[in-house]
Design a protein around this ligand. Structure first.
Ligand code: GCU
Ligand code: CA
Length: 618
């Protein structure tokens, strides 16, 4: 969007305009070499043209380059006098502009202004000349841009000119403009990047609209074309819905410029709604696919993947990783990437494209890489490992780097949710698969999915008073994280009141950490029992209890039991069985896990649950 507005710059384009560094930055000329600086009574030092005899000329000047075409204004404060002749002047593109400097009694500083200086060639010489003077002092020279050939304010939303965010574009806090706002993952070094083109080098004002509910300032390092030029403060605005602006005045080069704001603090940046660029005719330019660059990591980094489907063993230890992959422009088939214990991290449908395609995601590397308890004796492959099920021959680049503490979606569940073993020896319809293995691909690279579900486990293992799996989640859980809870298949001997109190305690503990719980009723067993007869153990009716806790505690609830009951009812029990392994009525195969994860994601969208902002397609 291009919008025009009137504005003026207070930015001073001169070097050392207040003579604070003495006369450095200025050229001293003329035949009176009597210039010196001393305390001024304005700010810091002043410049004095001093000549002991009435016939000497003194001149102080400097050349300013990189100016945008337009109209400028030059001013200076002066005191003293007994000047026979003195001028403030500018010489630009063969034309001179000047005004006489009057004498002014000591102690009474007067401002002298040269207006309407027109510049087209990008540079001017500016100066102060005095003749026949006894003494004359000067301070605070200002050379400012008043208006240009094509002054404009360019507002860049999440569209042309918006290149990348090390995080996600979210829309879960109201008050933003455009498609959403850029949310960097909360770690130092994460940033947002834009690209603009300007007709001539010159001064531009940048203004970011942002929100920051953290108590702390989240300063950003501002890089123009890769060079750090300023630190921009993004102080707290009190709430994520409260938007404010932060500004910086900088120089842009003629032609294309990259503007990057990079978090200095471990909290990342605030949420950035837009960048506006004000100055001579700024234009947003496309940055998506001209370079074929997926925007992350070192393009020269080595990767070794072999085969098709390809296996990539990338090494490294337990921890969190960001992976970015680039696939050739010429390839327009499906992409499907798994990590670790058959977690589906990325999938994209058949599409025709002339641009290279990028896949990025966060991976939680653990040991064992699958179920925390069940896989103790078969821990999987150590380090980060990927399997490119579709698209491997088109892979042109792969980079990965360790990251610290990303926002995480933890999952507490049983075998129907767990990261089941790869079982690549079997056909997909015969592989036991938890929905927790298929849900990561729906989320973008601003959140990591960490699935602690384990076969045979229920609320006992996740109880907050000593449950071993809860302890594992709890040791990593932090503010802003999410926890999905689907427990019930293995609570056959738990009483209703114990089940209720354990789930309630989990909700409370999660919230006490500033994290967000989501309750999920277990999918049906394909027994033909009606919804009311599913997962009822003695006095414990799992679905009723979860609905009760959700209502009492105001927790989002995804009623997967009801959704799957309706689904099985509509397609029929035997058709539904093809989504389970063989004649097993409880455990889904890959098709089932994909379907159930899709149902959960659809509910996140339908109910607009806060985690929606982390979805790849919200
Ligand atoms: C919350 C908030 C995000 C924000 C993040 C942060 O998760 O919803 O919009 O970016 O905190 O602290 O940066
Ligand atoms: Ca953030």
């Amino acid at each position: 969007m291009l919008a025009f507005s009137s504005y003026s710059f207070s930015q001073n384009l001169l070097t050392n305009p207040g003579f604070e560094s003495g006369t450095s930055g200025w050229t001293l000329g003329g035949d009176a070499s009597a210039q010196f600086t001393e305390s001024s009574g304005r700010s810091g030092n002043r410049l004095t043209h001093w000549s002991s005899s009435s016939s000497y000329t003194a001149e102080t000047k400097q050349t300013v380059t990189g100016l945008a075409a337009g109209t400028y204004r030059l001013s200076v404060y002066t005191v003293g006098g007994e000047t026979a002749g003195a001028w403030l002047w500018a010489y630009c593109d063969g034309q001179s502009f000047s005004t006489p400097i009057p004498s002014s009694p000591w102690g009474s500083w007067a401002q002298v202004v040269v207006d309407n200086i027109s510049v087209s060639g990008g540079s001017c010489e500016l100066g102060i000349t005095t003749e026949n003077s006894e003494w004359s002092s000067f301070d605070d020279v200002v050379f400012e841009w008043v208006s240009g050939g094509g002054p404009g304010e360019l507002v860049i939303e999440e569209a042309t000119g918006f290149c990348s965010v090390d995080g996600s574009v979210d829309s879960n806090h109201p008050g933003y403009n455009g498609r959403g706002f850029a949310n960097t993952d909360n770690a130092a070094g994460n940033g947002v990047e834009w690209r603009v083109q300007v007709p001539a080098g010159g001064s531009y004002e940048l203004e970011w609209r942002y929100a920051n509910a953290s108590d702390n300032n989240r300063p950003g390092n501002l890089l123009i074309n890769g060079l750090s030029v300023a630190t921009v403060d993004f102080p707290s605005t009190g709430a994520w819905e409260t938007w404010a602006v932060a500004t910086a005045t900088i120089f842009l080069d003629a032609g294309e410029n990259t503007i990057r704001l990079e978090a200095i603090s471990g909290e990342g940046l605030g949420n950035i709604d837009s960048l506006s660029v004000t100055g001579d005719s700024p234009q947003a330019i496309d940055c998506g696919n001209n370079s074929g660059d997926c925007g992350e990591g070192n393009p020269d980094s080595q990767f070794s993947c072999s085969g098709d489907p390809a296996v990539c063993l990338l090494g490294g230890g337990v921890g969190n990783y960001r992976v970015t992959m680039e696939f050739d422009a010429g390839y327009n088939g499906e992409l499907e990437v798994f990590a670790e214990s058959r977690r589906r991290m990325f999938t994209s449908p058949q599409q025709s494209t002339s641009a290279s395609r990028c896949a990025d995601f966060l991976v939680d590397v653990r040991d064992p890489e699958g179920q925390p308890w069940q896989d103790q004796s078969d821990r999987g492959t150590s380090g980060l490992n990927l399997r490119i099920a579709q698209g491997a021959p088109a892979l042109s680049r792969l980079t990965f780097s360790p990251i610290s503490s990303p926002t995480t979606l933890f999952i507490a569940g049983d075998s129907t949710v767990a990261d089941q073993r790869p079982q690549l020896y079997a056909q997909p319809d015969a592989r036991y698969s938890g929905w927790g293995q298929f849900i990561p691909a729906y989320f973008g690279s601003a959140i990591e999915v960490s699935n602690y579900s384990d076969s045979g486990e229920g609320t006992q293992a996740f109880r907050t008073d000593g449950g071993g799996l809860w302890n594992q989640i709890n040791s990593r859980l932090k503010s802003g994280d999410w926890v999905m809870i689907q427990l019930g298949h293995n609570d056959k001997t738990t009483s209703a009141s114990l089940y209720r109190s354990r789930i309630t305690n989990m909700v409370t503990a999660i919230r006490n950490k500033g994290a967000n719980p989501i309750l999920i009723t277990p999918m049906i067993r394909n027994t033909g029992d009606p919804l009311s007869g599913q997962h009822v153990w003695g006095d414990l009716n799992i679905r009723n209890e979860l609905i009760g806790v959700a209502n009492a505690q105001n927790v989002p609830l995804i009623d997967l039991m009801e959704l799957t009951s309706e689904w099985a009812g509509s397609i029929g029990r035997s058709a539904a069985q093809t989504y389970f392994v063989g004649s097993d009525r409880t455990h889904s195969n890959e098709m089932g896990a994909e379907l159930f994860s899709q149902m959960i994601v659809d509910e996140i969208r339908r109910q607009n649950i806060g985690i929606i902002g982390y979805l790849r397609n919200p």
